[in-house]
Design a protein around this ligand. Sequence first.
Ligand code: UDP
Length: 331
Amino acid sequence: MPSPSTVLVTGGAGYIGSHTAKELARAGYRVVSYDNLSRGHRWAVKWGPLEEGDLLDQDRLRQVLAAHNVDAVLHFAAFAEVGESMREPELYFRNNVAGSLSLLEAMHHSGVRRIVFSSTCALYGVPETVPITEDVPKAPANPYGESKLMVEKMLQWEGACRALQWTALRYFNAAGCDAEGDTGESHSPESHLIPSLLEAALGKRPACPIFGSDYPTPDGTCIRDYIHVTDLADAHVRALRHLENGGASMALNLGTGDGYSVNQILAAAEKVAGRPIPIERQGRRPGDPPKLVAAPQRAFATLGWKPSHSSIDNILETAWRWAAQRSASNA
Ligand code: UDP
């Protein structure tokens, strides 16, 4: 029997990386996580060894790629907060762009020719048309989105010049947590909407800020397309298989095609928590487009993938279970 493929998961101690590590292991891959633990968690690495290291440490990357005989890379390690990227853009260009370049160089040196890249809908900026297809013009509204677009361009050229096989998965809003409670979302400080609402529900913060009430949307708050992290993880495994089967390199949107406003998410969070959630209405957060909803048909057709965990109720229920479990164990 051939030995299973070995996948290096950069950012394997993080939110989406750890959920994907679980799905990869379930699908029979050997998983090695590479993480500097600057934002990830040792407890989240459960489906294979952790190799601690920084993306910018290329010698370390080369050593890990060789030591584990890595066949493919799933590249999650990155900073991913819009607001922070507006305040400290250099962090994003160094970690996300220079870090990815270092990884691509190490892969080239080590003869690893497949990569699935964690990209984002933030590279579309304020799109001219919604739902958003992959081909609409890219005009990032913040350095985070720009950093991911720059990496996608590197992938295209590495594909053209080095025969790298790549898939860029453009996530809409990753949300929810593993239904079995094996891993979940944990940022410090938390800045994303759903975990912030649940922290406020649990009394872990006085109130959740709600950014903006005057957007050109039906209720004045931003609309987003929330996709369950387990569906994202499944799409990564399928994207890897697609490359292994000789599939073409391309970018794919990962979303549901349905949009929910911040106020609708607040209502769903109050329902699952069974209590009113203290909020504080504030002005707009810089860099936030009013409405981002995916046209995910290319991913459906290419990967044979469809979200099956992404109802708003399931997203909120799994996130709530995780938040309550963490809260009880940290109490
Ligand atoms: N948001 C909010 N309060 C928060 C965090 C986020 O009102 O504490 C809003 C944010 O302005 C955006 C939406 O919720 O419209 C989703 O933001 P999040 O940071 O979760 O994800 P992003 O869209 O930035 O990837």
